[in-house]
Write a protein that binds this ligand. Sequence first.
Ligand code: FES
Ligand code: FES
Length: 182
Amino acid sequence: MTTQHITVSVNGEAHEADVEPRLLLVHFLRDDLGLTGTHVGCDTSNCGACTIHVDGVSAKSCTMLAVQADGRELKTIEGMASEPTLHPLQQAFWDQHGLQCGFCTPGMIMQAAWLLAENPDPDEAEIREGISGNLCRCTGYVNIVKAIQQAAGELSAAESAPVVAAGTVDGQEVSAEPAAAG
Ligand code: FES
Ligand code: FES
């Protein structure tokens, strides 16, 4: 069977593989790389459960072939944060009860992350439009919208917090992390 050699970066890690030209990107991620946080919820490109970032842009990975990802940088839900830390969106979905079964959640979070990267202060209508390609079959959208609003506030606060230079001030060690919002 004909295969094509691809090289992709996934969550900052380089991967090479020989794949069939017909292999969908979502199946490459799940079955070849074991990144099962990216879900398959439909066969019509409607549900958004498979949403990832391709070169920083939100994309439904069931609508791409693995060979189309050759040379690109991919991010999946597994790359959003390292345990035990949660990404602000993950924490906000937890805090606001933005999930029940959780099947839609990885795709919802990847879509929301892209939405907030494009528009850090969206209003409710913009959030609802931004996630309109992602379906949740059990929660409804009220708490999902609240979660995205919470994360938007936290991400903007972190962004605007003064950055403290690493070094020593008055004999005290300080880090280069943004100062915590008060
Ligand atoms: Fe439903 Fe990709 S699996 S849109
Ligand atoms: Fe179940 Fe969204 S939480 S599909």
